[in-house]
Design a protein around this ligand. Structure first.
Ligand SMILES: NC(=O)c1ccc[n+]([C@@H]2O[C@H](COP(=O)([O-])OP(=O)(O)OC[C@H]3O[C@@H](n4cnc5c(N)ncnc54)[C@H](O)[C@@H]3O)[C@@H](O)[C@H]2O)c1
Length: 492
């Protein structure tokens, strides 16, 4: 096989093939770029040896399978060529024209494009039936997902054949049609963009948004930190492609995403994006006000609707040595209204007659509390509630009294996108969960998360967001409403 373009992804893809025992012709634009690409590959293998994950003998064998090419004609006898050049249509087309010229008509020509139309690339080929997308994830030797993307021009057997090849490489394929963002990016990037919108509109702080995703949803990294890793510019261009294909407010880039990109604050690679990276370390100077939390209150009025969370919170607060009263007429330092993300804290706060002292608390996940401020809540009281959360051993994130609070506001629209993708007949539930776990490192796929939360709760959350903001981006997909009405999950 041949890999064209030995950059970040190409070097990794060459390694994947060579590790699977397949000879690789490595093609680059010039000798310097080839030397650089081979250097990436060599360093990756050396790292695997140093970590004890690869024997030196294997390293030599793998290295022996890589054949640096002097020109495209060295790819004349390959069965498969993968183009991994920069994400620009004119460069991709040039490369495919060269491959058309040198490769046999039976050879498979694949593109690793993330966001360009595979169909447009194929249509320019002399033999479009053998052109397919083979979308690897970064780092290619580690990430197990390969999206196999067929077009309306792709030969009938090719997708299955390439999926088998992906399995031979030790990867898990998901076979889809050519549509913007395929599965993983079409779900991930709008979610990241929505997190930027929450930050930009002052809904929550940078750190709280990332903590809500990590501690509240269980994702390995918060969306803002992830954006810095992927690159704000890369994410913005994928979003533009999604918007061009699907339209609608869900894909409208957050102005802040565009401004930061324009300003060159593109993420880790630039040393700054949504965070600053001084000498490689992240500078978390904005703690969302949590670092200035005063001492926790000594007497708390606890109000709930008899839900389990109320009892759990009451015993945790009492165990931490804080007095608990249930009567709002009794003097206390703080009124805590135990709330769910589908409830409004404000009406309960007004009913106490002490709205300034009233704060909502939502036990969002094991170890995480959402501290919910209404328009009446005093800042000192919100800070006291955060201190109380700390005292009972929970992380606190601050959120306004709006539908879904913070965790739900991030999660529900993301889950709705996943449901919509299945509803559209684009991917199966299993495809979506596979793509997000193996391509994006989610510990649980969106449908597993959805079933854990419950379709009815997600539906309520989305309806609240749609009604609250009047934004069609939050409209629940009919398939979700059907599952909620029938009381059935998606993964069972
Ligand atoms: N970086 C990622 O996380 C990622 C993930 C999945 C897919 N992709 C896709 O993979 C492709 C490559 O991305 P990358 O991040 O590896 O880019 P990159 O810039 O790191 O590498 C591109 C390589 O192509 C070489 N090149 C340019 N023109 C060439 C030509 N005419 N002939 C041969 N080689 C040429 C460059 O010298 C460079 O080494 C893009 O389509 C991108 O969308 C990237």
């Amino acid at each position: 096989m041949a890999v064209v373009g030995l950059g970040t992804m190409g070097a990794g893809i060459a390694e994947v093939f060579a590790r699977a025992g397949i000879g690789v012709v490595a093609i680059e634009i010039d000798a310097d770029a080839l030397g650089h690409g081979l250097g990436i590959l060599e360093a990756s293998l050396a790292k695997a040896v140093a970590r004890g994950k690869l024997a030196e003998a294997q390293q030599a064998e793998i290295w022996g399978r890589i054949r640096p090419a002097a020109s495209f004609s060295d790819a004349a006898r390959v069965d498969l060529a993968i183009e991994v050049v920069p994400e620009r249509m004119e460069i991709k087309r040039q490369v495919f024209a060269e491959l058309d010229r040198v490769c046999s008509p039976e050879a498979i020509l694949a593109t690793n494009t993330s966001s360009l139309s595979v169909t447009t690339i194929a249509a320019a080929s002399k033999h479009p039936g053998r052109v397919i997308g083979m979308h690897f994830f970064n780092p290619a030797p580690v990430m197990r997902l390969v999206e196999v993307v067929s077009t309306v021009l792709t030969g009938p057997e090719l997708s299955a054949q390439v999926a088998d090849l992906a399995r031979h490489l030790g990867k898990t394929p998901v076979q889809v049609r050519d549509r913007a963002g395929f599965v993983a990016n079409a779900l991930l990037v709008p979610y990241l963009n929505h997190a930027v919108k929450l930050l930009e509109t002052g809904y929550a702080s940078r750190e709280d948004i990332d903590t809500a995703a990590a501690a509240g949803i269980g994702l390995p990294m918060g969306p803002l930190a992830l954006l810095d890793l992927i690159g704000l510019d890369t994410s913005l261009s994928i979003l533009e492609v999604l918007r061009g294909e699907f339209g609608g407010p869900r894909y409208a880039p957050a102005p802040l995403l565009r401004r930061l990109t324009d300003a060159g604050r593109t993420g880790r690679k630039a040393g700054r994006g949504l965070y600053e990276y001084a000498g490689g370390a992240r500078d978390d100077h904005d703690k969302g006000g949590n670092e200035a939390a005063p001492s926790s209150p000594s007497t708390v009025t606890l109000i709930g609707s008899g839900r389990a969370a109320e009892a759990e919170l009451a015993s945790a607060v009492a165990a931490a040595g804080v007095n608990v009263t249930r009567n709002p007429a009794h003097p206390s330092d703080l009124i805590v209204i135990v709330a769910g993300p589908d409830e409004q804290v404000l009406s309960a706060a007004i009913a106490t007659g002490r709205g300034q002292q009233a704060v909502g608390l939502h036990l969002a996940a094991a170890g995480l509390v959402e501290v919910v401020s209404t328009c009446l809540t005093g800042q000192a009281h919100a800070a006291a509630a955060a201190a109380l959360a700390d005292r009972i051993g929970r992380k606190a994130v601050r959120a306004p009294d709006r539908p879904g609070f913070l965790v739900g506001a991030l999660l529900y629209p993301h889950l709705a996108d996943a449901v919509r993708m299945v509803q559209d007949g684009y991917a199966t539930v299993a495809d979506v969960d596979t793509a997000m776990t193996l391509g994006c490192g989610y510990p649980h796929g969106p449908f597993e998360l959805l079933d854990k939360t419950g379709p009815a709760a997600v539906l309520d959350g989305l309806r609240g967001m749609q009604a609250g903001y009047g934004d069609p981006a939050f409209a629940p997909p009919p398939l979700l409403a059907e599952h909620a009405a029938a009381g059935i999950g998606f993964t069972g």
